[in-house]
Design a protein around this ligand. Structure first.
Ligand code: IPM
Ligand code: MN
Length: 360
């Protein structure tokens, strides 16, 4: 694949930092964005190729830096995510990832060593996942978003074994909730809700059982809420939220929740809104102190590799989120619109990609 490479007059890295630029439109006439691309494993490379094809068709210039990482790479030479690569990424604008994971690699190695390491080290503390549920014939669907805290909770990895492998074995897995981490996530969600028509934010947790973490989340939610008097707020327990997702998702606008609840709830979100083949996500560092990462919610799906059955729409929509974040809003909107057109949504991986590219 070859992407337009229209770079003239690049500002220096220092100049960029001083002016706090994520792209170059304020300096030169050429706009290009530095993107680290990790196709990854399984269907990852194929769906990302379609995503890049669509971005090119939308007329956005990217400077692509490819990274061969994931389960296959790990099996080849033991590499997961070297610190030197992380350092290189700090000079990029964004990262675009397909899927990582191979059945032959034991669980946890790639998840913790690559995906979670990216989220933690780059401080991608917001995981934003948008959904559209189709309505009845009188409306064109309802969109809502889940803001999942992305660096703490049970994902922080607190815990361990005692007397492993014996009948007296003990395994603990803690949940880390810092005031700082919870507050910045909730504040982001309020801020996002304040930009939307419905002006509504729901906190999802399990305060009736997780009385420590839940208490911190709830208190912080009310405290930050005082800064946003126009936002209507609701609280739902996570189990009840699962019922509402299925029976009445129209009640939601923006949802904010902890890392694990958000993980589970967003798979359900995918299932109620056209399937996981459409679910996109953004792992954000809102202050842009490091590159944010965009990826489809689905995994590497080794069972369908090479069959052309993988729907690239989730990857393409994640690309649209990426463009939106890069202030390429017009291109992002065109892509979202093309993905929503049922005419683009049949055929093989490349046929769907081609149909979307042709429309933008
Ligand atoms: C997701 C995935 C990851 C997560 C896994 C692969 C570590 O399920 O992005 O939702 O649990 O966050
Ligand atoms: Mn998940």
């Amino acid at each position: 694949m070859s992407l337009a490479f229209a770079i003239r007059d690049f500002p220096s890295e220092t100049e960029r930092r001083e002016k706090n630029l994520s792209n170059y439109d304020e300096i030169g006439d050429a706009v290009s964005h530095k993107v680290g691309v990790i196709g990854g494993d399984g269907i990852g490379p194929a769906v990302i190729a379609e995503g890049l094809k669509v971005i090119e068709a939308a007329g956005v210039n990217l400077e692509i830096h490819n990274y061969d990482l994931g389960g296959e790479r790990y099996l080849r030479d033991g590499t997961v995510l070297p610190d030197s690569v992380l350092e290189e990424w700090r000079d990029l604008d964004v990262l675009y990832l397909g899927a990582v994971g191979t059945p032959d690699v034991p669980p946890g190695i790639i998840e913790r060593g690559l995906l979670l390491k990216m989220r933690f080290e780059l401080d991608l503390y917001i995981n934003l996942r948008p959904f559209i549920v189709t309505g009845d014939e009188n409306n064109d669907g309802h969109d809502f978003m889940v803001i999942r805290e992305n660096t703490e909770g049970t994902y922080a990895g607190e815990g361990g074994f005692l007397r492993k492998g014996t009948p007296q074995e003990i395994a603990t897995q803690g949940s880390v909730n810092t005031r700082h981490g919870v507050e910045r996530c909730i504040r982001y969600a309020f801020q996002l809700a304040s930009t939307r028509e419905q002006q509504h934010l729901t906190l999802v947790h399990k305060t009736n059982v997780l009385t420590f973490a839940g208490d911190l989340w709830e208190r912080t939610f009310h405290m930050v809420g005082e800064e946003y008097p126009n936002i209507e707020t609701t609280y739902n327990h996570v189990d009840a939220a699962c019922i509402y997702f299925v029976e009445n998702p129209q009640r939601y606008d923006v949802i904010v929740t902890d890392n694990l609840f958000g993980d589970i709830l967003t798979d359900l979100g995918g299932a109620i809104s056209g399937g996981i083949g459409l679910a996109s996500s953004a792992n954000l560092n809102p202050e842009k102190t490091s590159p944010s990462m965009f990826e489809p919610v689905h995994g590497s799906a080794p069972d369908i590799v090479g069959t052309g059955k993988a729907n690239p729409t989730a990857a393409i929509l994640s690309g649209a989120l990426m463009l939106d974040f890069l202030n390429e809003n017009e291109a992002a909107q065109k892509i979202e619109k093309a993905c929503a057109d049922p005419k683009t949504q049949s055929g093989t991986t490349t046929e769907i990609g081609d149909a979307i590219a042709a429309q933008v």
